[in-house]
Write a protein that binds this ligand. Structure first.
Ligand SMILES: [Zn+2]
Length: 349
């Protein structure tokens, strides 16, 4: 009998969040549809964390701009398709959408004002508007497909889920039980983005109550820790060569789709914890992700799965090129031959 492995495929369904957002077609619809083909082939479920702050903005601008109306309808229909095909759609919030500037000539957004990047940096009134508004909007969209559809899971924008006390009343009010925002062992202190998971439990799934990095077996919330790996120097070098070749020879790349925000790193002396603690901007450890998966890493991903019973991918359709999906397909094909794979998070708790 094959051994059982838990495989979580999660995707942040969002535009680029810096100077130029990119378009709904290039960053959401087209690449997500390529993802769906692979998932369908392997009969696997995925979770899509939809940037509901983008959706709320589109809805707000829909009356003024036809193109915003069109984009809102396209995304809405697409999210309904995802649920109809058996996947999950849950909210994902990037608060600096509050200050997004619409660029009507190109039908994109300028999100370079990042003063409101964190949930922590906005007022309680804005928190209510964004969090409750996100959950309500998704219910409105998804209960059309399934009247019993339940929104009980969340992933925070840019991993900024701390301090959790900012979120807790909203989790309770909206019946959010499952959190997917922790990348265990990593930290980032920057002028805009902040997270510190250096002390998170080295466990794949655990309960918590007041702090996402402190396990509480009786806690009312459940964390699904994200997985990370450390490719060898050779694999990293080969990875770069592949990307360069794919771009230059096969025109397979994601350049110019949009411009994201690069976090400015701040010097910090506070985090200690030896080799298991990683600065996300400088570490050779990296999240497990379809957009970081090229052919030279496929075997490394498979050996991770051999050693671990749980593997949690965090990926972004906007970053995906055809080769990533080909490598992901290769990984899934081999994984399915070896193991009995569960991809439904509800069956993991
Ligand atoms: Zn995001």
């Amino acid at each position: 009998m094959k051994s059982k492995k838990l495989l979580l495929n999660t995707f942040d369904y969002e535009l680029f969040l810096g100077q130029r957002s990119g378009s709904v077609d290039d960053c959401l619809l087209t690449p997500t549809n390529l993802v769906l083909d692979v998932l369908l082939k392997h009969n696997m479920k995925a979770i899509f964390f939809a940037d509901t702050t983008h959706l709320l903005k589109l809805k707000e601008y829909a009356a003024r701009y036809d193109k915003c109306h069109r984009d809102f309808e396209l995304v809405k229909t697409h999210l309904q398709t995802l649920v109809r095909e058996g996947h999950y759609v849950f909210p994902h919030i990037h608060p600096h959408w509050l200050d997004a500037v619409y660029l009507p000539e190109i039908n994109e957004w300028d999100l370079s004002n990042v003063t409101k990047y964190r949930f922590n940096s906005i007022t309680n009134e804005d928190r209510e508007k964004l969090f409750n508004g996100s959950v309500n909007l998704l219910y409105e969209i998804l209960s059309y497909v399934n009247p019993d559809y339940k929104i009980d899971s969340y992933r925070s924008g840019g991993w900024c889920i701390q301090p959790f006390e900012d979120f807790k009343p909203f989790y309770q009010k909206n019946n959010i039980k499952y959190d997917f925002s922790v990348l265990g062992g990593f930290y980032l202190f920057s002028s805009v983005q902040f997270f510190d998971f250096s002390k998170a439990p080295e466990k794949s799934i655990y309960n918590f109550s007041n702090d996402v990095t402190i396990e509480d077996p009786n806690g009312e919330f459940t964390e699904f820790n994200l997985s990370s790996i450390k490719p060898s120097a050779f694999q990293r070098a080969m990875h770069r060569v592949w990307l360069k070749t794919l771009h230059r020879v096969f025109n397979d790349h994601s350049y110019n789709r949009g411009k994201g925000q690069i976090a400015q790193q701040l010097k910090n002396e506070g985090v200690k914890g030896g080799s298991k603690v990683q600065n996300i901007l400088t570490s050779n450890h990296e999240r497990v992700s379809v957009e970081l998966l090229t052919k030279p890493k496929v075997n490394h991903y498979l050996s991770y799965l051999e050693k671990n019973d749980y593997m949690h991918f965090i990926s972004h359709p906007k970053m995906l090129i055809k080769h990533h999906l080909k490598s992901f397909d290769k990984f899934l094909t081999a994984a399915r031959e070896l193991y009995d794979i569960e991809t439904d998070f509800r069956k993991m708790v």
